[in-house]
Ligand binder design. Sequence first.
Ligand SMILES: Nc1ncnc2c1ncn2[C@@H]1O[C@H](COP(=O)(O)OP(=O)(O)OP(=O)(O)O)[C@@H](O)[C@H]1O
Ligand SMILES: [Mg+2]
Length: 259
Amino acid sequence: MTYASLEVSVMQYFMELHINHKVPMLLVGPAGTGKSFLYQNMLLFKLPKDDYAVDFITLSSKITANELQSIVVSKMVKETKGKFSAPDNKRMVILIDNMNIVDPEPLGAQPPLELLRYFLENEFWYDYEDSSKITLNDVMFVAAQQNDGANKHKISSRVLHHFNVLSINTFNENTLSRIFSNILLIALKQNGFTQEVWPTVQNMIAATIDIWQTAKSCLFATPKTPQYIFDMMDISKVMYGCSMVKRPPTAERNTFYGK
Ligand SMILES: Nc1ncnc2c1ncn2[C@@H]1O[C@H](COP(=O)(O)OP(=O)(O)OP(=O)(O)O)[C@@H](O)[C@H]1O
Ligand SMILES: [Mg+2]
């Protein structure tokens, strides 16, 4: 379930614009700001299904260029030898997630990203098995990456300059509260609660965000735990748990948990 705040709507507008005009875009932002979530929402639910085929590739630190080539090619339909296109004459949009996680070689190159660059420049590849030419018709890439964090690497400007780079920021407390209170309220209504739980929902969100903020400010790195990662996923998990509460048939009007 997506909550459309102003930031979310703006981002969705730009995603759609880039995809319609076939311009590769790269969304950059801190962990847990909804980059993958927004792309998934756009690709799976907002793009017309008759016109677009979509797929998702999440890069790992050890992925090789050959592996990336065979993953991309396996998502396309073979027309003739060396010619691939999207299924049913659609346009293919592939999300490359975690773009900057690929480990650089000793001299700094990141072969899977260079492979992408080669495609964006020339619109074909050479097959890694027999060096024959492979053309992929009607395919475009969109990408996402964190702007900082452990195991994240700087990607080369040669690759970067093919993408329009957009940044997304951590939501402030107000937006977080609005996002999750709406999501939780809708879920609880589906479980039989009425609008009367609204104050309780807001208290639950406020308490969760408060604990989260306190943990962020109190939990310092120690030799045993050198790094903590706090992101929206933490709050999302608590809310997911809360959204499973069902209203028992005997509950009083103001009772959240029935006995
Ligand atoms: N607009 C939104 N509406 C509802 N939930 C959201 C929204 N944005 C983010 N979330 C929640 O935040 C969680 C984290 O989002 P997501 O995994 O997409 O972050 P990310 O930026 O891709 O993080 P990472 O950089 O670690 O990959 C999602 O599981 C989702 O539940
Ligand atoms: Mg992500």
